[in-house]
Design a protein around this ligand. Structure first.
Ligand code: GRF
Length: 203
């Protein structure tokens, strides 16, 4: 019974990779009953690549501009995912769009983490400090974390879970980001685990 192979997750990053680290730790603690089998980065400068290497996880820098065409790039990414028998894709600070063939093949098996309460403060250009600046500029009393599915509509995929975080008097984008990030690290592993266990009733 304990011999069922663990599901394989590919984590896609563009930056520091603190969410990647939290996911790796969660697999060790079995909060996330899966294997982080591959880390894909949109840039070789992402700090998260070192975190992957330190944990013996294979990495790949995916640069579509290095291929003859966008189609060739997308095909290569999809075959690499297939070769590794990746079951799920977790976007964790990945700043690029996934190719359509990948989104299609992994329908209901791609998640994204967003550092605010979608549908507010989402969409193009809303990432990193821009999100927290927008929350403060709007005078919101709360912000939080959203984990959602990624579909063809992109930022509009089904919301799986949210955690609310109070906005405090005197918050700056940095202090708010830090408080939200703490919750991101807790929520993402739990949601992925539920998704893998079929607890969202998706196929
Ligand atoms: C996180 O705030 C995540 O919500 C957003 O990008 C940031 C990535 O941080 N999508 P890290 O690279 O995981 O530290």
């Amino acid at each position: 019974m304990e011999n069922t192979p663990r599901k394989k997750i590919a984590v896609f990053i563009s930056g520091g990779g603190s969410n990647l680290k939290a996911l790796i730790d969660a697999t060790k603690m079995r909060v996330l009953d899966a294997e982080i089998a591959w880390v894909v980065s949109s840039t070789k400068k992402a700090g998260g690549l070192q975190i992957a290497a330190d944990n013996g996880i294979e990495t790949f820098v995916y640069r579509p501009s290095k291929y003859e065409s966008a189609e060739a790039a997308a095909d290569d990414l999809l075959s690499k995912l297939r070769e590794r028998k990746i079951d799920y894709i977790a976007l964790a600070g990945y700043l690029k769009l996934l190719p359509e063939n990948v989104v299609h093949e992994y329908s209901n098996r791609i998640t994204n983490i967003h550092p605010a309460l979608l549908p507010k403060h989402g969409g193009k250009g809303m990432y990193g400090h821009f999100v927290h600046e927008a929350v403060l500029a709007d005078g919101d009393k709360e912000s939080g974390v959203t984990i959602h599915l990624v579909n063809e509509e992109y930022d509009e995929g089904q919301i799986l879970e949210q955690t609310r975080v109070d906005v405090m008097e005197g918050d700056t984008p940095d202090t708010l980001a830090a408080r939200v990030l703490k919750q991101e690290h807790k929520l993402y592993a739990r949601v992925l685990n539920k998704l893998i266990k079929g607890e969202y009733g998706l196929e």
